[in-house]
Design a protein around this ligand. Structure first.
Ligand SMILES: Nc1ncnc2c1ncn2[C@@H]1O[C@H](COP(=O)(O)OP(=O)(O)O)[C@@H](O)[C@H]1O
Ligand SMILES: CC(C)(COP(=O)(O)O)[C@@H](O)C(=O)NCCC(=O)O
Ligand SMILES: [K+]
Length: 279
């Protein structure tokens, strides 16, 4: 069995993947501040031969996790952001400083769709661009839905946006503080993704497939009008591409990958941008 770990600032996600069949056997998550010890919500390490890790948590969290795993598991692979990988050149001045979850998401997106816009809606919302030839342009970082809400300190901290709400409701004027905050931050996130996507496609003269991942991907997806796909396992897809271990992975098949979304025509993206900036 392969254990894949995606350690984010809020949640540490894991999944167990069968080495022979390439099927996902189980998955779970725990708060990142909690210790990584086998227990109720943590997989049994006895069945694990290899671990692949993406971590953007504090260095100490990764070091402790790796030390613990190395005692129990033969192969431990830790992903790092590099200047080049799998046909993609990293757009950062210091490539190693690009968050490895962003790098892995971008690599997975490129493997699936060629040039793309990869959006990760987690603690932070990150928007990364890679052109069809493999040049990563860099990207944008903004606070995620939860962080935006916490920063307001209006006593609405614990009232989450209902992930099943319709976008129309979430974009309507709020009639109380909770609604005003939830709808405001939702509008901020959705408009930022829309605008950044259109701006960069316009600048570069290319309509890129748009891919979304992260804990808030589903709810943000509902507010987007442009064609896109949600890929919950996009960061894991980057781990599969960087460290292929199963036959399917070696053949370049990324698990849980969506159908590549066909982007709107560039003229249409440009018209939308002109409309929103001229009003
Ligand atoms: N069950 C949940 N527990 C915590 N956060 C959740 C949950 N479901 C959705 N979220 C949202 O997802 C975000 C965390 O998403 P995730 O992609 O795991 O972030 P990170 O990679 O930064 O840890 C939270 O900020 C919150 O807005
Ligand atoms: C931007 C991030 C905090 C996003 O992390 P997440 O929301 O997924 O927990 C992470 O990718 C990170 O720590 N990046 C390093 C800084 C950078 O990418 O420029
Ligand atoms: K993120």
């Amino acid at each position: 069995m392969i254990l894949d770990l995606d350690i984010g600032n809020t949640l540490s996600k894991w999944r167990l993947k069968d080495t022979l069949s390439s099927e996902i056997r189980s998955r779970g998550a725990l708060w990142t501040r909690e210790e990584w010890r086998p227990g109720s919500d943590i997989p049994d390490l006895d069945v694990v031969q290899s671990v692949r890790i993406s971590s953007v948590a504090r260095k100490a969290v990764l070091e402790e996790t790796v030390a613990l795993l190395r005692r129990r598991v033969v192969s431990v692979y830790v992903a790092r952001s590099t200047a080049e990988a799998l046909g993609v050149t990293n757009g950062y001045e210091e490539p190693g400083r690009l968050g490895v979850d962003r790098w892995l998401g971008t690599l997975a997106g490129y493997q699936l769709a060629g040039g793309c816009c990869a959006v990760d809606c987690g603690s932070a919302i990150t928007v990364d661009f890679v052109l069809p030839g493999g040049r990563h342009l860099g990207g944008y970082i903004l606070p995620g839905l939860r962080l935006m809400k916490e920063s307001l300190k209006l006593g609405t901290r614990n009232v989450a946006i209902d992930p099943d709400s319709e976008a129309d409701e979430l974009l309507a004027p709020g009639k109380n503080t909770v609604e005003a905050v939830n709808h405001g931050i939702y509008m901020a996130a959705v408009s930022a993704v829309n605008r950044l996507y259109a701006e960069v496609c316009d600048r570069e003269g290319v309509a890129l497939p748009l891919l979304l991942t992260g804990g808030d991907a589903r709810v943000v997806s509902r507010g987007l009008r442009v064609p896109h796909a949600v890929w919950p396992d996009m960061v894991y897809g980057g781990l599969e591409a960087c460290f292929p271990l199963t036959a399917a992975e070696r053949a370049g098949r990324l698990s849980g990958a969506p159908r590549v979304p066909v982007p709107a025509a560039l003229e249409k993206i440009r018209a939308g941008l002109a409309f929103s900036t001229l009003l």
